[in-house]
Ligand binder design. Structure first.
Ligand code: PEP
Length: 254
C-alpha cells in the first residue's frame, strides 16, 4: 500500500459529449463527495473541459486535459495551449499517452517540450510511459522505461518534480482487457522510482506518484493498489460509467 496520497484518474479519450459529461457528473459527484483522502481527476475531451471545470469548482474532483501543445499561442491549427487550459480552470494534463505516441507519432522530444511547458504554466502533468508487447517480449522493458523517464522529464528542476505524476501503462494492457501481473507492475514501478531517484534524488523519488494504467477495473484495482510502489490508477474504459469509476476510486486493498 502506498505511503503517498493516491491519485485516481479517468481518461475518457474521445468519448462523451457535453450533455453526457453533465449527466455523468450529476451521478458521480454525490457518489464520491465524502472522499477526502485521495485525489480524483477526470480527463474529458477539450470541448467538455470549460463546462466541466465550472461544475467541478469547489468540489473534490479536478478537471484534466488529455493533451496540449507546448506553445502559448500562434499559428498551430487545431492545437490547444497551456494558457488556454489554465484560463478555463484546468490544473492537470495527461502527456505522452501511448495513443498520442503511436497514433499521432509524438516522439520523446515533443513530449518533453510539453512536460516542461505544462510545469512552467502551473499545470501538473501525468506523464505516461510504457513498453509495447514486442519490447517486453524481447527483454527491453527496463531499457524502454528508463529512456522514456529520462527523455520525458529532462530539464525539470527538483521543484518541478513535485508537480509531476508518472503513469506506467504497458501498451499491450491498454484497452485490451489484459492487465499486467502484480509482479510485472511492482517491478516496473520500482524501476521507474529508482530511475527518478538517479535523476532527481531519493527524496523526490519517494514523494513522486506513479500510477498504473492498463485495463484497471473495479475487481482488480484492490490488488494493484496494494502494491508498494503503486500510488494511483489511470483508467480508460472502466471510467466511462460513474458507478464503475466510483468503485475504482473507493478501492479497498485486497
Ligand atoms: C488509458 O486510457 O490510459 C487506459 C489505461 O485505458 P484502459 O483502462 O481502457 O485500458
Amino acid at each position: 500500500m502506498t505511503k503517498r496520497r493516491p491519485l485516481m484518474a479517468a481518461n475518457w479519450k474521445m468519448h462523451k459529449t457535453v450533455s453526457e459529461m453533465e449527466d455523468y457528473l450529476q451521478r458521480f459527484l454525490p457518489l464520491v463527495s465524502d472522499v477526502t483522502d485521495r485525489d480524483i481527476v477526470l480527463a474529458p475531451s477539450f470541448v467538455c473541459l470549460m463546462k466541466m471545470a465550472e461544475i467541478l469548482a469547489g468540489s473534490n474532483v479536478d478537471a484534466c486535459a488529455q493533451n496540449m501543445f507546448h506553445e502559448e499561442q500562434g499559428a498551430y491549427t487545431g492545437e490547444v495551449s497551456p494558457l488556454m487550459l489554465r484560463d478555463v480552470g484546468v490544473k492537470r494534463v495527461i502527456l505522452g499517452h501511448s495513443e498520442r505516441r503511436h497514433i499521432f507519432q509524438e516522439d520523446g522530444q515533443t513530449i518533453n517540450k510539453k512536460v516542461l511547458s505544462a510545469v512552467r504554466h502551473g499545470l501538473s502533468p501525468i506523464y505516461c510511459i510504457g513498453e509495447t508487447l514486442d519490447e517486453r517480449e524481447s527483454g527491453k522493458t527496463s531499457e524502454v522505461l528508463k529512456s522514456q523517464v529520462e527523455e520525458g522529464l529532462k530539464g525539470l528542476s527538483k521543484d518541478d518534480f513535485s508537480m509531476v505524476a508518472v503513469a506506467y501503462e504497458p501498451v499491450w494492457a491498454i484497452g485490451t482487457g489484459k492487465t499486467a501481473s502484480t509482479d510485472q507492475i511492482q517491478e516496473a514501478h520500482a524501476l521507474v522510482r529508482q530511475e527518478i531517484s538517479q535523476l532527481a534524488g531519493e527524496d523526490i523519488a519517494q514523494n513522486l506518484r506513479i500510477l498504473y494504467g492498463g485495463s484497471v477495473k473495479p475487481d482488480n484495482v484492490g490488488q494493484i493498489m496494494a502494491l508498494d510502489d503503486v500510488d494511483g490508477a489511470l483508467v480508460g474504459g472502466a471510467s466511462l460509467v460513474p458507478e464503475s469509476f466510483t468503485k475504482i476510486v473507493r478501492f479497498e486493498i485486497d
